[in-house]
Design a protein around this ligand. Structure first.
Ligand SMILES: [Zn+2]
Length: 233
């Protein structure tokens, strides 16, 4: 009984410690290491249980992305911004192109440590892994996708960027899952005002074109433009 109370207390301690800085990719103190990746302890445990179950069914579930820092997301964003504007796009058009698959730094769910991109190691002799077609029909990751459709929920994992035509925001990503028992609370904690203030303080390339109005509509369309189950609706 005392051990149980202690564990409840520890869980509450972890919750109390998670703050907005943990959701912006600038504080990693809530994460644990899993091979070369970082995730929250709860997400790690759930992922490992799911991975073991998948392996029994012949699916060699592998992480290709987990936690990502603000600095790394800034690098991804700026590389694309520089490339697209060099190709002749206006700054605004370049940002719109980036937002098909990449987030504005400070807004990625990969900052949280609850979200993962996955493939099947049995089928990784591929040049580009994260292509939606590869997860369907005769694609190399179709068995993985089918297995996840059937089993992911019982481990707490949910697809975030679904093919639902009424969903706004990022394109369909059949590789991206969130550990919902934890991520649900993180989305509630995520404060777009603090995130915007921090983003503007960094001086990311192209950020002059990301006004407060742009940010507010981006927050509604993209950050909240997720699977309805992930929103809790
Ligand atoms: Zn992802």
């Amino acid at each position: 009984m005392q051990l149980r109370l202690f564990l409840v207390f520890m869980c509450q301690m972890v919750w109390a410690q998670v703050e907005i800085t943990h959701l912006l990719g600038i504080d990693e103190s809530h994460l644990t290491q899993l091979e070369s990746y970082q995730l929250t302890a709860d997400t790690t445990n759930a992922f490992c249980a799911m991975q073991a179950a998948a392996l029994q069914d012949g699916i060699d579930l592998q992480l290709v992305s987990a936690y990502r820092s603000f600095a790394r997301q800034q690098q991804i964003f700026e590389d694309k911004y520089i490339r697209y504007t060099a190709e002749g796009l206006t700054p605004k058009a370049a940002i719109q192109r980036i937002l098909e698959y990449s987030t504005i730094p400070g807004t990625s769910r990969h900052h949280w440590g609850t979200d993962i991109d996955i493939t099947d190691a049995n089928a990784t002799k591929q040049k580009r892994l994260l292509v939606p077609e590869k997860f369907h029909n005769n694609g190399p990751f179709a068995p993985l996708h089918q297995w996840m459709q059937t089993n992911a929920h019982r481990f707490g994992f949910y697809l975030v960027y679904t093919p639902d035509a009424s969903r706004t925001g990022f394109s369909y990503e059949p590789w991206h899952y969130t550990y919902l028992p934890e991520a649900k609370g993180f989305l509630e904690l995520y404060d777009p005002n603090t995130a915007y203030a921090f983003f503007k303080s960094v001086g990311v390339a192209g950020s002059a074109y990301i006004t407060r109005d742009f940010w507010d509509s981006y927050y509604t369309q993209f950050v909240l433009g997720v699977n309805r189950e992930v929103l809790g609706k």
